[in-house]
Design a protein around this ligand. Structure first.
Ligand code: KG4
Ligand code: ZN
Length: 333
């Protein structure tokens, strides 16, 4: 029997969740819209917004779960990777809470939490499975041997795929985060209309800086001929870019399946909310017979529900932080 409060504050979402006896009861998320106009997350503004929102978010989380602080058995927080200032807010809050209540503190790795979000709802993958983790900061292929044993077998050498979505969106004048807007505009566009040049990396490594630069030069050339080029072609540009980014992910995923012979495939992280990627994976699953697991939308982008799920596995094993623990912006996997 355990009731855990989990806090996520690694980037620009302030989130809290309660997990009781292995079941995630709620997932309160406060998004910081302040970054939209800057074309990316401004770290200091993010820390300040977390500081302002964390109290009300946690209070609302406890109230909606019908749980009081004295019922809690542990407090979990995202220890890293992420923006250091943002992480410090969540860590300090969680520490103070756990310290005051005299209960254990659990420090969760953000990327592992994205993967373990698959254990919140059915159907759940069986170990070992392969996970393509695609977010604003990471692009990784991971063999998930168990909830606590994971192995990165491929990752990006430069930009993450979410970053490529967001930076290209910014080039088209779209606000941050541009990924969901590209997804929306792509729905009415032609995915084969334009190509932007991509880099092929060896083995299971990814690279997205080439396509990002290719996209920039492509836009600059076309705008010289027609200053209205972007507004007149927004759907086709979005659809073509999204299509090529998804193909770059699929090539590596197919290679990883071939090499590992693992046929249960999961996706995780913010970009797994992309409708093009979700349907491409579903079609691929039907064609190849590989079983594909796609998280519910609320558990794709940053959320405390996934931190709560990861904390549950750690609580069972008694993996706790000591009171002197500090967050790590570049926490290793
Ligand atoms: O996992 P996440 O919320 O935060 C990080 O840990 O980075 O991922 C955020 C990333 C952003 O780059 C955002 O643009 C992207 O996920 N994203 C999407 C979509 N929804 C979120 N990218 C493409 N299509 C979407 N529908
Ligand atoms: Zn994330």
């Amino acid at each position: 029997m355990s009731i855990i409060l989990a806090i996520e504050s690694s980037c620009d979402e302030t989130s809290a969740s309660i997990i009781a006896n292995g079941k995630v009861l709620n997932n309160v998320i406060a998004t910081q819209s302040i970054h939209e106009i800057y074309g990316g997350v401004v770290p200091e503004l993010a820390s300040r917004a977390h500081l302002k929102k964390i109290g009300p978010v946690v209070r609302h989380c406890l109230e909606t779960a019908g749980v009081s602080a004295s019922d809690l058995n542990a407090v979990a927080f995202t220890k890293g990777p992420g923006l250091l200032g943002s992480l410090l807010v969540g860590a300090t809050f969680a520490k103070a809470y756990a310290y005051t209540l005299g209960i254990p503190l659990i420090g969760v790795n953000h990327m592992r939490a994205h993967i373990l979000a698959h254990f919140i709802e059915d159907p759940k993958p069986k170990f070992p499975f392969l996970c393509l983790t695609v977010s604003g900061g990471h692009t990784q292929l991971v063999i998930v041997h168990s909830a606590l044993k994971m192995e990165v077998i491929g990752e990006t050498r430069d930009d993450a795929v979410g970053e490529a979505f967001d930076k290209c969106a910014k080039m088209m004048g779209l606000p941050y985060p541009g990924g969901p807007l590209i997804d929306k505009n792509a729905k009415t566009g032609d995915p084969l209309k334009f190509t932007f040049g991509k880099t092929d990396m060896p083995g299971l490594e990814f690279s997205f800086s080439g396509i990002k630069t290719g996209f920039l030069y492509f836009l600059q050339d076309r705008i010289k001929e027609n200053p209205q080029f972007i507004t007149e072609n927004l759907s086709d540009l979005s659809a073509s870019l999204q299509f090529q980014l998804i193909e770059m992910l699929m090539v590596k995923l197919e290679r990883a399946v071939k090499e590992t012979k693992i046929n249960q495939i999961a996706i995780a992280g913010g970009v797994s909310a992309n409708s093009g990627l979700r349907s491409r994976l579903q079609d691929w699953s039907i064609k190849t017979g590989n079983e594909v697991f796609i998280p519910e939308f609320q558990y794709c982008t940053d959320n405390a529900g996934m931190v709560a799920m990861a904390a549950e596995f750690m609580y069972k094993e008694g993996i706790f932080e000591d009171i002197e623990s500090v967050p790590e912006a570049r926490m290793p996997f």
